[in-house]
Design a protein around this ligand. Structure first.
Ligand code: ARG
Length: 467
């Protein structure tokens, strides 16, 4: 099949020395990553400038060559940024696209840039820089989402709603308390992000192909120039490791799971049957056939994006799990997973922040249903323990009978006449009605982290100070 006369078949200018002919078209297609790794152009150029500067500082290349290289790389950066750069699939990836252009721009000095490095440490560097920036962006976005929830929690520290377990009415809670549950979740996600930034804050450049290099390079210098805490310590691990990408995907999957649970709640809450919240027009859509409908599409898509993110995590874990050390080309498949998940996560956080800030909370509706489903039954049992001295198990039994009676009468606990309650237990007095309201129920739950408005405000203050 070899046809050395066509362009696609000419041997590669980067490693063509050993090759008589270029790749088959299919080889070129499966091999090329430029279609997606061109996203790394800024990181690639930054890394190359730091590397060339270090090479000159160490006397490995001349200062003149370094100046030419740096100038050429900056030219390429503006060419790419302004859309005046022609990416070539024959040149496989971003690293070789940049280097080939550098050769055209500055001639033979370009060939000195790749001294004491390999694409293996180069790609590890570019990708780490990209993931680090993405993690920093994620941290900011989560902070924005947390701030949105803190505002809503403050506004609704006293708004009563039904709390659920098994999606069955359990006990009354405040909407502020429910919002603060999400603050805890996204707060944990944000601290995972911060830890991940710490984990990946080591510079791979200088590990070379896998064994390090004989040139007298200074890896501490490049690490510092690129904003890393320190260089990585094992050159084999450095070019084999994609933990930082997998860690990003795991964090994205966990945060996505939280976002998806919230999305599911919004979907449920915004049905007319629940009617707890109304989404703003800005975050819902209509139906082309049913004029009455307002659909929570953004929430549904957040729920769906989470599925994609999970897929990316599993894909990269699977790509990596069978690879012997050190680098294998399989690892080139890491980027699309991370890029796709990052885009999904950013969109999901942004959409959720908007929805949370914009949605109208129907406090009257939530309060009206907060008392249904015998949600204050535990308060009755607790009253019997406190005021009538019953052991909790007996109080539970007495309360169960009261609930059964109310159910048979089709009324709430608070609507049972005192004579009915006293028939079940003689020590019950009319004081009991004080604890059967939903407001009294939530106000009584002052245990640390409980749903009482005073506790919710304490937790809001904690998070405001932490932000
Ligand atoms: N495009 C490659 C990647 O993303 C760069 C590293 C290539 N290294 C190699 N030894 N072929 O992984």
């Amino acid at each position: 099949m070899a046809d050395d006369t066509t362009d696609t078949k000419s041997s590669n200018q980067m490693w063509g020395g050993r090759f008589a002919s270029g790749p088959d078209a299919i080889m070129e297609e499966i091999n090329a990553s430029i279609g997606f790794d061109k996203k790394l152009f800024a990181q690639d150029i930054r890394g190359s400038i730091a590397h060339a500067t270090m090479l000159a500082h160490q006397g490995i290349i001349s200062a003149e060559d370094k100046d030419k290289i740096v100038h050429g790389l900056n030219t390429i950066l503006s060419e790419i940024e302004s859309g005046n750069f022609e990416f070539s699939r024959q040149l496989e990836d971003i690293h070789m696209n940049v280097e080939a252009r550098l050769a055209t721009l500055i001639g033979p000095a370009a060939g000195r840039l790749h001294t004491a490095r390999s694409r293996n440490d180069q790609v590890a560097l570019d990708f780490r820089l990209w993931v680090k920036e993405e993690l920093q962006k994620t941290e900011q976005m989560l902070t924005g989402l947390i701030a949105a929830f803190l505002d809503r929690a403050e506004e609704h520290a006293e708004s009563v709603m039904p709390g659920f377990t098994h999606l069955q009415t359990a006990q009354p809670v405040t909407f502020g308390h429910h919002c603060m549950a999400y603050v805890e979740m996204f707060g944990r996600d944000r601290s995972r992000v911060r830890h991940a930034i710490e984990h990946l804050d080591e510079s791979p450049i200088g590990a070379a192909a896998l064994a390090g290099t004989g040139y007298p390079i200074d890896r501490h210098m490049t690490a510092k120039a690129l904003g890393f805490r320190e260089p990585t310590r094992n050159s084999i691990d450095t070019v084999s490791d994609r933990d930082f990408a997998i860690e990003f995907l795991s964090i994205a999957a966990i945060a996505g799971m939280h976002l998806s649970r919230l999305a599911e709640e919004i979907v449920i809450w915004s049905t007319p049957q629940f009617g707890f919240v109304r989404l703003s027009d800005a975050f819902s859509t209509g139906s082309s056939i049913m004029p009455q409908k307002k659909n929570p599409d953004a929430a549904e898509l957040v729920r769906a994006k989470t599925g994609r993110i999970n897929g990316s995590l599993v894909a990269l874990l699977t790509i990596m799990k069978g690879l012997p050390l050190a680098y294998s080309k399989d690892m080139q498949e890491d980027k699309e997973q991370v890029f796709d998940a990052a885009e999904s996560l950013e969109l999901a956080i942004a959409a959720m922040t908007g929805m949370v800030r914009d949605m109208t909370v129907n406090t009257a509706r939530m309060k009206a249903v907060a008392g249904s489903g015998y949600s204050t039954a535990t308060d009755l049992a607790d009253w019997l323990v406190r005021e009538a001295g019953l052991p909790f198990r007996d109080a539970h039994h007495v309360t169960g009978r009261a609930v059964a009676l109310a159910e048979s009468k089709g009324c709430d606990l608070a609507e049972l006449p005192l004579s009915d309650l006293q028939a079940i237990h003689p020590d019950i007095t009319d004081k009991v009605y004080d604890v059967l309201t939903v407001e009294a129920s939530v106000a009584s739950r002052k245990s640390f982290g409980g749903t009482a408005p005073s506790e919710v405000r304490r937790q809001i203050a904690f998070w405001r100070a932490r932000n």
